[in-house]
Design a protein around this ligand. Structure first.
Ligand SMILES: Nc1nc2c(ncn2[C@@H]2O[C@H](COP(=O)(O)OP(=O)(O)OP(=O)(O)O)[C@@H](O)[C@H]2O)c(=O)[nH]1
Ligand SMILES: [Mg+2]
Length: 293
């Protein structure tokens, strides 16, 4: 029997729904999702296995013009996603008109591999707008096959997946067939906590935060976790903790609930906050947090 396998890398502007789509394909919440831009900071693999196929999806950070080292590393993850793709998914959302970064855009339009341009969030559009948008992108990205979807509502998601399988090359699997991702448990703990911070704090705060899980002890009935919330400045520390610790407590409670679902086990989560001055611009710190490849 023939076997198909390959790398399907999802790229696009921030907040268009890349992570939502990958989670929908995988059927697990591997990538965190929020309404804020720059939610995803890493390249995260989500592997979908079947008897005669293996689709290795990559979720990537939204494309931006980097303003500090962390963002530059995020864009390196996007670059790497062009290098090993067997198929590119270029995701745009209804109402979007361009990808500002010309270098990335020409990588898409000149790609030598199949490109699926997914026009997402069509649940928010009407027929006239949809037709106008399909027309717009058909003229801009001549080498792409365009499919309109709603990643959130699951509209056309299965159709896209079937098309991916058709387009994949014949190849043996790249990873063991029971593997779901390339990231370790601690990564998902860090991301779950960071998601709650993106949801509950305003302006610059979420972008100044990094999480480091220092302890992870799995016992028979419970997992004991201790994580540090790192901020760049002393003032941010106070904001994260909140009045009598109430803000931090909310993050802890919500993250614990999600983690209990993710691990299927009772969780004890201890959080504390530490200042790590300007970690976002410090190469050594970034490397420590897994940003430099
Ligand atoms: N209405 C609607 N909203 C969607 C759809 N897909 C995603 N969203 C929402 O769009 C927002 C961004 O979704 P994400 O999946 O985090 O987007 P992303 O492209 O991964 O964002 P970054 O990681 O920041 O680049 C969230 O609020 C999602 O719920 C969709 O099909 N329809
Ligand atoms: Mg994302």
């Amino acid at each position: 029997m023939s076997h198909k396998a390959g790398f399907v890398n999802i790229i696009g502007n921030p907040n268009v729904g890349k992570s939502t789509l990958m989670n929908a394909f995988v059927g697990e919440k591997l990538s965190i999702i929020t309404s804020k831009a720059q939610t995803t900071r890493h390249r995260i693999l989500g592997i979908v296995n079947g008897e005669d196929f293996q689709v290795v999806l990559s979720d990537t950070p939204g494309i931006i013009k980097p303003a500090y080292e962390l963002q530059a590393s995020m864009m390196d993850f996007v670059k790497s996603a062009f290098d090993d793709a067997d198929l590119l998914i270029y995701m745009v959302e209804i109402g979007e008109r361009e990808l500002k970064d010309e270098a990335f855009f020409s990588k898409i339009t000149n790609a030598k591999i199949p490109v699926l341009l997914l026009l997402n969030k069509i649940d928010k559009s009407d027929q006239t707008q949809l037709e106008e948008q399909v027309q717009l992108w058909a003229e801009k990205v001549l080498n792409a096959e365009i499919i309109a979807i709603s990643a959130l509502e699951g509209f056309n998601v299965k159709e896209v997946f079937d098309r991916i399988i058709e387009l994949l090359p014949e190849s043996p699997p790249y990873y063991p067939k029971d593997q779901l991702t390339d990231k370790p448990e601690r990564f998902f703990i860090n991301e779950t906590i960071r998601e709650k911070i993106l949801i509950h704090y305003k302006k610059e705060i979420p972008y100044a935060v990094e999480i480091d899980t220092e302890e992870f002890f799995e016992e028979e009935k419970i997992i004991r976790i201790r994580s540090v919330i790192m901020v760049e400045r002393e003032t941010q520390k106070g904001i994260i903790i909140g009045h009598k610790g109430s803000a931090l407590k909310r993050v802890g409670v919500e993250a614990r609930k999600d983690l209990e679902k993710f691990f299927g086990k009772q969780i004890h989560l201890e959080l504390y906050v530490k200042v790590n001055k300007n970690w976002r611009s410090n190469q050594r710190q970034l490397k420590r947090f897994g940003y430099n490849q």
